[in-house]
Ligand binder design. Structure first.
Ligand code: FEO
Length: 169
């Protein structure tokens, strides 16, 4: 049985993962309309991955006799400046998600919920990989510079690392 405090923070995370999926879907659509085929493919794949993260939380809460609450959709922003600004926003968002995963770990410890603390470790590792993967992309983007965006767009899908693996729900 999940402690109520843990059930609540896991439900909050369901909303955050769902929003992550919507945010990256909006970025994918924005990039597609700007002609960045590779960047949009990366973001569409990222949006799917975030949806799988959300499902992983839903299944876990229900499996532990909690009640997973499916959130309504928050409208994400529709404009992202340029590709450089957009990836800075992706990294900032992933850092925000890492912070909220850490808060779940803290809640598990304060409630002596060592089962959830063990389960959430997958996400702790995933966030290390996701942040590293986006940082690598930003480094590559800065190396190539704005005159080589065609090359960046062509190659970005080959930069999907281990963090891109879809988790089992
Ligand atoms: Fe599900 Fe990218 O955090």
């Amino acid at each position: 049985m999940l402690p109520k405090k843990v059930e609540k923070i896991l439900n909050d995370q369901i909303q955050k993962e769902d929003y992550s999926s919507q945010l990256y879907l909006s970025m994918a659509s924005w990039a597609e309309n700007k002609g960045f085929e590779g960047v949009s493919s990366w973001l569409y794949a990222q949006a799917e991955e975030e949806r799988l993260h959300m499902l992983k939380f839903v299944k876990y809460v229900n499996d532990r006799d909690g009640v997973a609450v499916i959130p309504g959709l928050d409208t994400p922003p529709a404009g992202f400046g340029d590709v450089f600004e957009m990836f800075d926003k992706v990294l900032a968002h992933e850092k925000f998600i890492s912070g909220s995963i850490n808060e779940i770990v803290a809640a598990c410890i304060s409630e002596n919920d060592f089962t959830t603390q063990n389960w959430i470790q997958w996400f702790v590792t995933e966030q290390i990989e996701e942040e590293a993967s986006v940082k690598t992309i930003i480094d590559k983007l800065n190396l190539l510079g704005k005159n080589n965006l065609y090359m960046f767009d062509r190659d970005i899908m080959s930069m999907r690392g281990g963090g891109g693996a879809a988790p089992a729900v």
